[in-house]
Design a binder for this molecule. Structure first.
Ligand code: G6P
Ligand code: MG
Length: 217
């Protein structure tokens, strides 16, 4: 029986996935190479330092640790500049209504994100108080597809893993949910998320009870 929702943040609640992509692309361009959308799919759900390692490997660059840390800070400065412009208008379609339905039905919800900027974003868009727990990049040590973030989310909600459903836009995030024994709703396309238990383009018009009874049981 589903008793709780574990939400990824970037690309699920807000479209910050495009900001991450823009900032990483700018960094790669300054280093003299480019990244495309296909490669960017492999960065979704991956921590800041693991992302930069993958990007440098993709660009066939080896840099000293100190320079890598400098670049990570620079990328984050660009990213924070973008998220600091956000308001509740940036919440993705159907999310506010879904949260209302979760609350009305007495279900619990937690955030399960790799981002260290998650609390800042939740504050900016006015959703912080709706979450019963927040597990983010400040409290996990392993990137998705490791299930750590969702296992900690279920624990924080005092639910069994199988009582939680994960909402994700990343292939690695769906893998993480499955590794934790949870079902996963993918926000995206079957092409990007062939591993999802159910694919939606958004939550617009979605009835929570119908979703649970018909699609997730
Ligand atoms: C999420 C995003 C990734 C991002 C990671 C770390 O998982 O999908 O693209 O790299 O968080 O975010 P941060 O805000 O801590 O750099
Ligand atoms: Mg995401």
């Amino acid at each position: 029986m589903i008793k709780g929702f574990l939400f990824d943040l970037d690309g699920v609640i807000v479209d910050t996935a495009v900001y991450h992509y823009a900032a990483w692309k700018k960094m790669a361009n300054q280093l003299g190479f480019d990244i495309d959308e296909e490669f960017n799919e492999t960065l979704k759900g991956i921590s800041r330092m693991d992302s930069i390692a993958r990007i440098l490997e993709y660009g066939k660059m080896e840099l000293p640790e100190e320079r890598i840390l400098e670049l990570a800070t620079l990328k984050n400065d660009w990213y924070v500049e973008m998220i600091d412009q956000m308001t509740e208008e940036n919440i993705l379609p159907g999310i506010t209504d879904l949260i209302a339905q979760i609350k009305e039905n007495g279900l619990k919800m937690a955030l399960g994100s790799a981002s260290k900027n998650a609390p800042r974003i939740l504050d900016r868009i006015g959703l912080a108080s709706f979450f019963d727990a927040v597990v983010d990049g400040n409290s996990v040590s392993k990137s998705k597809p490791d299930p750590e973030v969702f296992i900690k989310g279920a624990e924080a909600l005092e639910l069994k893993n199988e009582e939680c459903v994960v909402v994700e836009d990343a292939f690695a995030g769906i893998e993480a949910a499955h590794a934790a024994g949870m079902k996963a709703i993918g926000i995206g396309t079957t092409e990007n998320l062939p591993n999802a238990d159910l694919i939606l383009t958004s939550f617009e018009g979605v009835d929570l009870q119908d979703l649970i009874d018909q699609k997730l049981s």
